[in-house]
Write a protein that binds this ligand. Sequence first.
Ligand SMILES: O=C(O)CCC(=O)C(=O)O
Ligand SMILES: [Fe+2]
Length: 413
Amino acid sequence: MSATSKSTGYGERTIAHSSTNNADAQHHEWCHVYSEFPTQCVSAYSLLFIPKWSPKNSRVPVVQELARQGLNYLPKRFISVNHNDPIESSTVQHVSTTLPIINVAKLRSGLEPDEGRVEELAKLASVAKEWGLFLVTEHGIGSDILNGIKDVVKGFLACLSKRRQCVGSYVSVDNMGYGRNFVKSEDQPLDWIDRLTIKAAPAPKGGDKELNVWPQRPPNFRQVIENYVKEARNVLDELLIALAEALALESHVFLKHFDSNNSEINVRINYYPPCPRPDLALGITPHTDASALTLLMQFETTGGLQILKDRKWLTVPWTDDALLVNVGDLLEIMSNGRLKSPWHRVVTQMNVERFSVALFYNPPSRTEIEPEPIEDLVPEDGGFKKVVVSDYLQHLYAISPTKEKQGIMYAKV
Ligand SMILES: O=C(O)CCC(=O)C(=O)O
Ligand SMILES: [Fe+2]
């Protein structure tokens, strides 16, 4: 699910937790390595303080540390795949060519139709409607920027594993640390992932305490991510225009909800260490992204991301060097269901590690998004109603959505 400030940050993974004082922050600093439950915390601090489980004090393991131990079994807290569920256990390798790659350069609005724009818009309409996600090339984000991301992400994880010096300060921010959303009980299965979520935009306002969760090591981490965010924002704005036109809507119907000073951009670094039992564990549990659009890059290996299509999990045919864009709930609402926010999950792999970087693009949090009317709406599907972005996100955190209990229902008429 897309990040909001509720799941922003890094440290050890802390769940559904409001960190508001220095004592808590200190606790975060000390408790980096956990085995199965908080009561087995190996830090010195935990020897003195063994809390009863609650979302407030719950901790989950740093998966990287578990993977390094070379376990040949899966700790039981990570067992999540239910082999009795025909959908859950359906994994079909998707080898079709039905995920066309969108050439962003051809979509640019100044171009004449004969420069291929019309065909590219038609291709975009078809892939966005059928899949809710698509690959993009010729997006203009330089390979130096993308390679820089790979370097700082790996540098961050490496220095974390040595001395954990690279963790920023996270006082006064909700649900801090390596975060997995929606872990609310002790017996809820955990994902085989370590992740860091950073609120990259908007810049903190004068009175606000800076949301300073930027890692301090490698020293260029923040600069590199911010350069990427700047370029990515331009690409996503272009795509919002192109998607509107592809759906035969006025060009700015989606982009009008965004503004360059206050739109929210959260960046999440996902690290999937090699997993001893890929048949039993998931890297990320099935979810839809709450964002308007998500921009994803992956590296080191492919093949982890799957999408739920026609009641089957299909491996997304994602080539190494293309970026992937997926429609999130907020765009499903803005488009009044013309675009669907796809259910997706990440599977684990045995001897390889995988990294991905997800950039979630949302309108400013107080924006009321208004679904674009549909004239011939079928009466039984009332479409969507107006929602305030932050209300929608709060609702998601409150309900912990699942396929049975979908967050998007909140915005249905
Ligand atoms: O790792 C991936 O490919 C997908 C990550 C994802 O779905 C997310 O961070 O919301
Ligand atoms: Fe996602």
